[in-house]
Structures are given as C-alpha cells and as structure tokens.
Ligand binder design. Structure first.
Ligand code: NDP
Length: 384
C-alpha cells in the first residue's frame, strides 16, 4: 500500500530530502500535500514534479502566482497560516512529515495529532514549546510520533525490541558545530557566514545557527525528555565531532546500544516514513576499513552557555522551554540579519527567561501567551 505523505515545509532542507526519498520509492510513498512559506518558485517546481493533491503557500501574497502556475493541473492551491492549520485536518493523507522550522510548525502538527495522523517529527520546537500537551494528545489519539531528528531516530532505533526494559539514560551525541574548542574571545567576533558553515551536516539556516551555539542540543534534550518519557537526569550530552554515532541508550544492566552511520538525514527520514519496516537505500555506507577515529568529550558549558540555559529549562519545566525557544528564534533571526552578535543570542535568551513570569503547569493558551510575551520582550532588545 502506498503511504500518502503530507510534507509541511517541503521547500526546506528536510522537506527536499523527503521528496528525494519519495522519488526513490514511488511504489511505497506519494506526496499528497506540500507546503511552503514564501518560496513559491520551488513549491511550484515540486508540485509539477510530484503532482500532489494540495499545495499551501503560507504567505498569502504569493497565492496568485502559485495558482496561475498550476492552473493547468488538478492541484488545489491554498494560502495563509489558517489554511496550513486546516489542511492538516484533512483526510487525504496518512503521515505528516512535520518539517516546518520553529514555532510555526506547532499548530499544524497539533491538528494532525488530533486527527489521528502518524507524525514523522523533524520540527523539534513542537515538543519544546508544549511537550506535555502534545504527548498527552498523541496518547489520547493513539498517534505514533516517530522522530526524524537523527539523534532521536537513533534512540528510537535502539529502543525497538526492548519492550519494558528499563532505560538508565540516553546519550545524545553532538558534533560540537563549527566552533568546537573555541572560547568567548573568539565567538564574540563570529559573523553569520562563518556560523552557517557546519562541518558535517547541510541544514536550514536556523538549525545551523542553533548547532553552532549548541542551542540545538539543548532543544534536543527537551525533545528527548518528552519523546521517551525521561527524567531530566536521564538525558546526557556528549561531544562526538565525527557524527558517526547518532546517539546511544544505556540500559539498567549497563549495556549501551548505539546507532551509527554516515551523517545523512535521508536515512532517519526514510526510517520514520517506512517504520516499522526498513527499506533499501543507496546512501553511502560507513567503511570500517578506512582509517578513522571516533572521539568523545564533555561539552564546554561555560563557553556554550545556551546549552546550560536549555538544561535549566529542562530541569525546571513549565513554560520555561517555551520562553527559551521563543527568545532563541527571535535572537537567531536577528543574528542572521546581522542585527546582533553571536554571543548576544545567549544574552537575549537568558534575559528573556529571567523576565517572563514562570508558570509550572501552563494551559495551551498560557503557552501561546508565554511565547508571544517572550518574542515581544526579546525583540525589544534588538536595536534597529
Ligand atoms: P529550513 O529552514 O530549511 O526549511 C523550513 C521550511 O519551513 C521551509 O519549507 C519553509 O518555507 C517553511 N517555513 C518557514 N517558516 C514558516 C512559517 N512561518 N510558516 C510556514 N512555513 C514556514 O529548515 P530545516 O528543513 O533545516 O528544518 C526543519 C525542521 O527540522 C526544524 O525544526 C529543524 O530543527 C528540524 N531538523 C532539521 C534538520 C536538518 O538537517 N535540516 C535535522 C534535524 C531536525 P520557505 O522555504 O518557503 O521559507
């Protein structure tokens, strides 16, 4: 049976790689829904190549050009944020590949869970913002959330077949990003283009900057807590610059399982889409005959303070991860527009966490309010 895939964020790095997986397995997957924010040119190209049922362009100013370009086809065209949320509720797909970046991915994903759709989750921010509500809704609707993030996919793969066996901890590996080993006197002068050069992975701009500041690993710690029902103390980060071991699980008998492979996001994407099956791929293989070293070290929390802030948010819980995420999104986009320096990202996140009132058990609306307040406060720190 062909699985009908809705790719939310099809024009991004994960979205494009998802389409490559679909193109390689037309007997197993079809692209039913494609969505973009502003990149109408690529959305049109993808629509003409994959002939989905529906496309959504979130920026409604682009509606007419998409509609015109697809006029000779049966493809339905919608526009605007509201349509994004509504299309997520439709019956015509089986699995949502949640690949929108940031908070914008939250509502469509929550809607899809409410409709009982299987979620292949790349958008880690969804769990960082309101992990308790998302996981509760997934539980109530019997919705599997299969991680796409390579670290969480690794943990998920290590847990297959382990039933109720007790996990002592999970060990998330981090490449350390382009500035591994650097100190604040170096980081203070880092510019956008340098921070966008990740040594091992080719990703969208926001997650690449998050990797350089180590905020990405902090968001992943929070994501891991929710996905695998862990206590904060059970989530550890280790720097592994080669990105060959994608993460590990240590069980109560002390045994550690690791999942390995060359860094290629198509592997966890394909795994999440095909689960519980493994299907063939031509992705390059890791070669043990080639000389290489796998090394591990402790993260430098004094230099990469974003990771320490995320650990604090993980420990305290409540709306703090949501506040951290909102401030980080504002700060990263300001850094990408050359409005603030690299170390200012951390300062903005920390000040916002200190400013916005802490709530231990927020409702969904209170999460939305915390997100808005944190964004406004963080934005007020940027001097135009
Ligand atoms: P990209 O920036 O490459 O792509 C983001 C996608 O989301 C694009 O399709 C973009 O559309 C769309 N989008 C952006 N803003 C909005 C908005 N406000 N409303 C609707 N759509 C929007 O991101 P990535 O593919 O790198 O990352 C996607 C998610 O996956 C992130 O949460 C990231 O953390 C996670 N992830 C990514 C990995 C990677 O290797 N890239 C690895 C693991 C996780 P448009 O192109 O039109 O702007």
């Amino acid at each position: 049976m062909v699985k009908r895939i809705a790719i939310f964020g099809s024009t991004g790095s994960i979205g494009k790689q998802t389409l490559e997986v679909i193109a390689a397995h037309p007997d197993k997957f079809s692209a039913e829904i494609l969505t973009a924010y502003t990149n109408e040119k690529l959305l049109i190209e993808q629509a003409l190549a994959f002939n989905p049922n529906i496309v959504v362009i979130a920026d409604d100013k682009k509606y007419h050009s998409v509609k015109e370009a697809l006029a000779g086809t049966d493809i339905k065209v919608f526009a605007g944020e509201k349509s994004l949320n509504e299309v997520a509720l439709m019956d015509n797909y089986d699995l949502m590949l949640a690949a929108i970046v940031g908070y914008a991915g939250f509502k469509p994903t929550l809607n899809a869970i409410g409709k009982g759709k299987t979620i292949a989750l790349a958008n880690k921010e969804t769990l960082v913002v309101a992990g308790d509500i998302v996981m509760q809704k997934a539980f109530e609707n019997k919705v599997p959330i299969i991680p796409v993030d390579s670290e969480h996919s690794a943990i998920f793969q290590c847990l297959v077949g382990e039933g109720r066996n007790k996990v002592e901890k999970v060990i998330l590996t981090a490449s350390g990003g382009p500035f591994l080993g650097k100190k604040p006197n170096f980081l203070v002068n880092v510019k956008r283009d340098h921070a966008l050069q990740h040594p091992n992975w080719s990703m969208g701009a926001k997650v690449t900057i998050d990797s350089a500041t180590l905020m990405n690993k902090g968001l992943e710690m929070i994501e891991a807590k929710w996905l695998f029902s862990l206590q904060p103390e059970q989530v550890q980060v280790v720097i592994h610059p080669q990105s060959i071991i994608h993460s590990m699980v240590q069980f109560e008998d002390g045994s550690i399982k690791a999942q390995m492979g060359l860094p290629d996001m198509k592997l966890p994407i394909q795994y999440a889409m095909a689960f519980p099956q493994r299907i063939h791929s031509n992705f390059p293989r890791y070669d043990f005959k080639k000389p290489s070293t796998l090394s591990f070290e402790e993260p430098d929390l004094r230099t990469f303070r974003n990771l320490a802030l995320a650990e604090e948010a993980l420990q305290r819980g409540g709306n703090l991860p949501c506040i951290l995420n909102a401030a980080n999104e504002i700060a990263v986009f300001a850094f990408l527009r050359n409005k603030i320096g690299f170390l200012d990202i951390t300062a903005m996140v920390e000040q916002t966490m200190n400013k916005i009132p802490f709530l231990q058990h927020p409702t969904l609306n209170e999460y939305f309010e915390s997100d808005g307040e944190a964004r406004n406060y963080a934005a007020s720190m940027i001097h135009m």
